[in-house]
Ligand binder design. Structure first.
Ligand code: ADP
Ligand code: MG
Length: 365
C-alpha cells in the first residue's frame, strides 16, 4: 500500500484590524517576508522571527490600515480563493488518492478561525470551497466503473462532552460516547453520518449545524467560541471489477475549528465559568501537550509518551496528529499590539506543530 511521511504543514494568517483595535489606535506588530513572520514586542521593540510553510495577510484591504505593513509586492496576501488553492486543493488530491487529511484552525477568539474555515456570507471559507470543488470533480468524473460516495458529519466538543450538530437536541446536550476500534481508533458512537449527493446538501447541513452550535451555546449561557467543532467528510471510491469483486478506497477529511486559545484567566472567568473554562482547556491544553510530545519525538527524543487519551479532542484527532493523515494547521492572528501576548503564544504553538511527522497510508480494502 502506498504511504508517505510528511510533516504537518502550517500556515499563519493575519486578519485586518477590527473596529475595537482601530478605535484604540492599535499599531501593527507583524511583518512578513516570504515564509517568515516577524512579531515586534510593542514595549521593548524586540523582534522574533518564525518560519512556516505559508505566511499570509488576509487580503489587499490590509494595505489601507495604518502602519507597519512592509511587503509592497503583495505576495503574502491571501484571499479565500488563494487559501483554497494553496491548501485545500492538496487536501482534495489526497482524498482522491485515498489518504486521510485534516485541517485545523488555531488562534484566540476573534482572530479569524471561523472566517478562514467556514467564512461569512459571500466570503466562503476553505471548508465550503473544498466541498464544492469535491463535488465539481465528482460530477465531471468520467469513470463510470467507480461508485463515488460522500458522507458528512458535524460535531461539537464542549466541556469534554460530544454533541451531534446535525441533530436538533434539547438541553442538556451532549453525552455521545467515545469508543475505540482496534483497527481504526477512536470514534463517536451513534454520530450521524449523512450520505450527501451535492454541495448544496452539505451547505444546508453546515448552515443548520452552525445554528445548532450557536443556539446550544446560548442556552447554556456560554459562547460557541468555547467549543471545538469537527466536520468530517468521508469520501469513498468503490471499484467493482468484471468478476464482481469490489475494492474500496476511502479518505476521512477532518476539518476542525478549535475553541479560542486564550487562557481562562485572561477572560476574567470565575467559579462555574472557570470550571467550564478549564474543561475546555483540558482539550486545548492536551492538544498542546500532544503537539509538544510529537515535536520532541520528531527531534529525536525517545520514550516520549503522547497523551492522546487525556482529552476527547485528542482522541478524535489522533490520526491527524502523528498518525495516518496529511495534516494542515492554520494559525489565525490579530495584527494588533494589544494582542501581543496571545499572538506570540499562537506563533510558538504553530512553530511546534510544524515539527510533527505523520505517516499516511492509502486506505484500501
Ligand atoms: P474566530 O472564529 O477566530 O473567533 P472570526 O473568524 O469569527 O474569529 O473572526 C472575527 C471577526 O473578524 C469576524 O467579524 C470576521 O468577519 C472578521 N475577520 C476574520 N478574519 C478576517 C479576514 N481574513 N478578512 C476579513 N475579516 C476577517
Ligand atoms: Mg469562531
Amino acid at each position: 500500500m502506498p504511504s508517505t511521511s510528511d510533516s504537518v504543514k502550517v500556515a499563519v494568517r493575519v486578519r485586518p484590524f477590527n473596529q475595537r483595535e482601530k478605535n484604540a489606535g492599535s499599531q501593527c506588530i507583524i511583518s512578513m517576508q516570504d515564509k517568515t513572520t516577524n512579531i515586534k514586542n510593542p514595549e521593548t521593540g524586540d523582534i522574533k522571527s518564525f518560519s512556516y510553510d505559508h505566511s499570509y495577510w488576509s487580503h489587499d484591504g490590509f494595505k489601507e490600515t495604518p502602519s507597519g505593513v512592509s511587503e509592497p509586492d503583495g505576495s503574502n496576501y491571501a484571499d479565500q480563493k488563494r487559501l483554497f488553492s494553496d491548501l485545500g486543493q492538496g487536501v482534495l488530491d489526497n482524498a482522491w488518492q485515498g489518504y486521510n487529511a485534516a485541517l485545523f484552525a488555531y488562534g484566540q477568539t476573534g482572530s479569524g478561525k471561523s472566517y478562514s474555515m467556514i467564512g461569512y456570507g459571500a466570503n466562503k471559507g476553505i471548508v465550503p470551497i473544498t466541498c464544492e470543488e469535491l463535488f465539481k470533480a465528482i460530477d465531471t468524473s468520467s469513470d463510470n466503473k467507480k461508485q463515488l460516495r460522500v458522507f458528512f458529519s458535524m460535531l461539537e466538543i464542549y466541556n469534554e462532552q460530544v454533541r451531534d450538530l446535525i441533530v436538533k437536541e434539547k438541553p442538556p446536550h451532549g453525552g455521545l460516547k467515545i469508543r475505540q476500534n482496534p483497527k481504526s481508533g477512536f470514534y463517536v458512537e451513534g454520530l450521524k453520518q449523512v450520505p450527501v449527493r451535492s454541495y448544496k446538501e452539505i451547505e444546508k447541513l453546515m448552515e443548520s449545524g452552525t445554528i445548532n452550535r450557536t443556539t446550544a451555546a446560548t442556552n447554556m449561557n456560554a459562547t460557541s467560541s468555547r467549543s471545538h467543532m469537527v466536520i468530517t467528510i468521508r469520501f469513498e471510491q468503490v471499484l467493482v471489477n468484471d468478476a464482481g469483486q469490489s475494492n474500496t478506497r476511502s479518505s476521512d477529511i477532518n476539518l476542525v475549528d478549535l475553541a479560542g486559545s486564550e487562557r481562562a484567566d485572561s477572560t476574567g472567568a470565575t467559579g462555574d465559568r472557570l470550571k467550564e473554562g478549564s474543561a475546555i482547556n483540558q482539550s486545548l491544553s492536551t492538544l498542546g501537550n500532544v503537539i509538544s510530545a510529537l515535536a520532541d519525538q520528531a527531534m529525536g527524543k525517545t520514550k516520549v509518551l503522547v497523551p492522546y487519551r487525556d482529552s476527547v479532542l485528542t482522541k478524535l484527532l489522533q490520526s491527524a496528529l502523528g498518525g495516518n493523515s496529511r495534516t494542515i494547521m492554520i494559525a489565525a492572528l490579530s495584527p494588533a499590539d494589544i494582542n501581543y501576548d496571545e499572538t506570540l503564544s499562537t506563533l510558538r504553538y504553530a512553530d511546534r506543530a510544524k515539527k510533527i511527522q505523520n505517516k499516511a497510508t492509502v486506505n484500501e480494502s
